[in-house]
Design a binder for this molecule. Structure first.
Ligand code: M7G
Length: 332
C-alpha cells in the first residue's frame, strides 16, 4: 500500500490488527488504568518551580534526561522521558498536527510534525527531597563488576546496606494502603505468602508494549535474593503463579510473554519481583543484574542454601559507596 502523509493513519490502522505480539495486547482491548496522583505521607513537590543545577545523564537514544536541581530550596532529581507513540492516537496525530516539510529528495521527504499538546507528553518523575544517594543513582558513571562471596556479603554488603540504603517508606505506604491504592492490580493478603502487584512507576500505563509491574511481598524480613532459602519457595511459586494469572486477566498478556525477575543488588531492600513484557527491553534486564524468577526457584529446589552460599556477581557504579568498601584491602 502507498502511504501519503494524510493516508498514513489508514496504513497504521491496517497494521493495528497486528500489534506484534500476536496476543491482542493492544490497549484498546485491555485499557491500562489512568494514573491517579496520590501523595502518600510525603509532601508533593511543585515541579513547575524546578531550578536546574546539573544534567546528571542525557540519553538521546532513549529520549530521557536526568536532572539535578532545587524545588523550593529542597534538593530534587527530575527525570524527563518522551513517551512512546500510541497506535490508537495515530488518526488524530496525522489529522491534528502541524506539519512543516524540512527536506525533499526524490522519494524521500522529512517533516517536522508538531502534535497537539495532549499527544506530546513528557513523563516527568520527581524525587524531592532527594538525597546524595539519589543523585549518585542517576548520575552518568562507569560501572564495574563485583564478585561477592557469602563472607563478603556478611562482612561488607550487609553492614553497608544496614547503615545507608534508600528509605523503604514508599514500599510501606503501598503495603499499608497509604499510597497508590488505586493502582493495585492484584493483592494476595496472606502475611507469609502474599504480595501486592501494581504498576512500576517507570511505566506510564498508556500502552502494553512496555508493560512494567512490580510484585511487593507483604513480609518484611527478606531484604534481597541473598536472604532466600528453600523455605521461601512457596512464596516465590505463589507470586509466579498468581502474578502471571493477574497479568493475563488484566492486560491479556500470557505468562510466556512475561519476564519475571529480581535484581541483585536491588536499590530497595524489601523483597520485590519485576514483571515486564518480554518484548520490552527494560533497563536492568541484563545478565549482570537480573535473576529470572524461574531460575531462582530451580536453584533453591536444587540447593536450599544456594543464595546464602554462592558467590554472586553484580555491577556497581563507580560512585556507589559500596564499591569503595569492596576496594578496601581486606584483613587477612
Ligand atoms: P530495584 O530492583 O530495587 O531497583 O527495583 P532499581 O530501581 O534500580 O531497578 C525497585 C523498583 O521499584 C524499580 O523498578 C522502581 O522503578 C520501582 N519504584 C521505585 N519507587 C520509588 C516507586 C514508587 O514510589 N512507586 C512504584 N509503583 N514503583 C516504584
Amino acid at each position: 500500500m502507498t502511504c501519503t502523509i494524510s493516508s498514513m493513519a489508514d496504513c497504521a490502522k491496517q497494521s493495528e490488527v497486528d500489534t506484534g505480539d500476536g496476543n491482542g495486547t493492544d490497549v484498546a482491548k485491555h485499557p491500562a488504568k489512568k494514573q491517579k496522583i496520590e501523595a502518600g505521607d510525603g509532601d508533593v513537590c511543585e515541579v513547575s518551580g524546578f531550578e536546574v543545577k546539573k544534567v546528571l545523564r542525557d540519553c538521546a537514544r532513549e529520549k530521557t534526561m536526568f536532572l539535578q536541581g532545587k524545588i523550593a530550596e529542597k534538593e530534587a532529581v527530575v527525570i524527563l522521558e518522551k513517551t512512546p507513540i500510541h497506535v490508537d492516537t495515530l488518526n488524530e496525530l496525522f489529522r491534528e498536527s502541524q506539519l512543516t516539510m524540512e527536506s525533499n529528495n526524490d522519494i524521500y521527504t522529512t517533516y517536522c510534525l508538531q502534535p497537539p499538546a495532549h499527544l506530546n507528553v513528557i513523563k516527568t518523575t520527581v524525587v524531592c527531597p532527594a538525597t546524595e544517594k539519589h543523585v549518585r543513582k542517576y548520575q552518568e558513571q562507569e560501572t564495574v563488576l563485583v564478585e561477592e562471596t557469602a563472607e563478603d556479603y556478611r562482612t561488607i554488603t550487609l553492614p553497608f546496606l544496614e547503615s545507608q540504603s534508600f528509605s523503604l517508606q514508599w514500599v510501606y505506604n503501598i503495603l499499608e494502603k497509604k499510597a497508590e491504592v488505586e493502582q493495585v492490580v492484584y493483592e494476595d493478603p496472606d502475611p507469609k505468602l502474599g504480595f501486592i502487584l501494581l504498576p512500576d512507576f517507570k511505566w506510564d500505563q498508556k500502552q502494553l508494549d512496555d508493560l512494567y509491574l512490580i510484585a511487593i511481598v507483604h513480609r518484611r524480613d527478606i531484604k534481597s535474593l541473598r536472604d532466600l532459602t528453600s523455605d521461601h519457595l512457596p512464596l516465590l511459586r505463589n507470586i509466579q503463579k498468581k502474578g502471571k494469572d493477574a497479568v493475563r486477566e488484566r492486560y491479556g498478556i500470557k505468562g510466556d510473554k512475561l519476564r519475571m525477575y529480581v535484581h541483585y543488588q536491588p536499590s530497595y531492600y524489601h523483597f520485590h519481583i519485576h514483571l515486564n513484557a518480554l518484548k520490552y527491553n527494560a533497563p536492568g534486564t541484563g545478565v549482570d543484574r537480573a535473576h529470572l524468577l524461574s531460575n531462582v526457584i530451580q536453584n533453591l529446589e536444587c540447593d536450599p542454601q544456594y543464595y546464602k552460599t554462592r558467590t554472586l556477581t553484580f555491577p556497581l557504579r563507580e560512585l556507589d559507596g559500596l564499591l569503595s568498601h569492596f576496594r578496601e584491602p581486606k584483613d587477612s
